[in-house]
Design a binder for this molecule. Sequence first.
Ligand code: FPP
Length: 241
Amino acid sequence: MANNQPLQTDLPEHIGIIMDGNGRWAKKRGLPRNYGHREGAKTFRKIVEYCSKIGLHYLTVYAFSTENWKRPKDEIDSIMELLEQYIDDAFAHRNKDDNVRTKFIGDMSALSPVLQEKIARIEKVGEGKQGLLVNVALNYGGRNEIVHAVKQLGEKIKSGEISPDQIDEQSIGNHLYTVGQPDPDLIIRPSGEERLSNFLIWQAAYSEFVFMDVLWPDFTSDHLDQAIYTFRQRNRRFGGV
Ligand code: FPP
């Protein structure tokens, strides 16, 4: 490994992951796409556990985008089912001493009432916890998130609570789903694709990107370590010199 620093020191504060390649993983094996998502959900759990173990503070994963509704109904249903299972398991283990908090970001109003209720319940369980915060981006789109923030600010202007010149980067950030959280330092996209696909587009202004040639179900903690080592070798200047 090029950088021999222990992993726990000098960690990024916030990592984003675009969990891509489930469909191709299944196709390569002659299996239906849903199998790929099922394996992808297992990988997600392992990575959450690992991130918690190494002491990461924030992890955001892209589970379902505002564009993913274009997929066949049975594929959408199976992803929603995996999410429900994840929440049910997290709820069943809520007293475990892992300190992981789960938050869902995106437009929850389009989800089934059952899923919405489960989401509210699991978010409540995490309220007192101090460990890793996992944001699951669900029915999430970065542009949609910005539109949502602008609408809220528009309402505040209409009611006289603020004036237009009070709109700045901070006030927009305060109306995003990630309010109060640091921007992602590192965004990882497995599967060989090299684009952001509407993921955290506001928050990623100064993120480092690491694209990896592995399909999400095959992604392991070693890949995460590798991405963190690559991140450490980057020279982040935030527009300075
Ligand atoms: C992208 O791969 C993946 C998705 C759109 C769904 C991600 C969902 C999961 C990992 C399972 C549920 C999540 C949780 C948090 C329990 P793709 O289907 O676009 O793959 P392809 O590009 O190879 O077709």
